[in-house]
Design a protein around this ligand. Structure first.
Ligand SMILES: [Zn+2]
Length: 217
């Protein structure tokens, strides 16, 4: 793996038409950064599709990553993972754009989307030949194990979630009546079902669906 010494390169260095070096790597997250040109190209392609993006998190050194509770094999350490906050598109539109542009993995959080390109082959000229001869850095067991449950407190539903390593996942709610018609939808950490609700469904991080019967008032 080749590292960039961030102290030797101005943060204003343009990596792509709309991305500067200091948007994807900062010295306080690791002086020596991994910047993958292919992944930056993917990022630009996503940006071309959905408009301006704020990169909440790009490269993280292993030390920084463990300090912020990141996943053991977080793609942020490999330079192909980005937490993105769209300025004008929705989170779901951004997720779709990442997927349409070859993302190996995406996860939707309450305020951002994690997109990474873990399945892309990296430049052999730059990074050297992977020592096991296959695509670099593809780790089948690196997918996070996430879970969620539905909890009714007598007034509102919540969906405590586990295993999400970089914040609260997005919750999308649906209330169904006794005939299974959707009578209300919502987004957010809590959900107040309207009268007539028989079943509540929540989609957590666009990853996990949980369903529960609405208890009687
Ligand atoms: Zn991330």
């Amino acid at each position: 793996v080749r590292f960039l010494d961030l102290n030797a390169h101005p943060g204003t260095t343009m990596l792509a038409p709309n991305f500067r070096l200091d948007e994807v790597a900062q010295t306080w997250k690791g002086r020596y950064a991994v910047v993958q040109p292919g992944a930056i190209g993917r990022l630009q392609a996503v940006r071309n599709q959905v408009g301006a993006l704020v990169v909440n998190s790009g490269y993280r050194s292993p030390g920084y990553n463990s300090g912020v509770g990141g996943a053991t094999w977080s793609r942020h350490m490999y330079g192909d993972g980005f937490d993105l906050d769209p300025s004008s598109a929705s989170l779901t539109a951004l997720q779709s754009a990442c997927q349409a542009n070859g993302a190996g993995y995406t996860q939707v959080y309450a305020t951002h989307v994690h997109c990474d390109w873990r399945s892309d082959t990296v430049s052999v000229a730059f990074y050297g030949t992977p020592f096991w001869g296959g695509p670099a850095f593809v780790l089948a067991d690196s997918l996070p194990t996430v879970d969620a449950e539905l909890v009714w407190d007598g007034e509102v539903w919540t969906a405590p979630a586990f295993g999400w390593d970089e914040g609260e996942p997005l919750r999308e709610w649906v209330a169904l009546d006794a005939d299974d018609y959707a009578i209300a939808i919502g987004t957010g950490e809590t959900f107040s079902p309207p009268a007539g609700t028989a079943t509540v469904e929540v989609w957590v991080g666009r990853e996990i669906t949980r369903t529960a019967e609405q208890p009687a008032p």
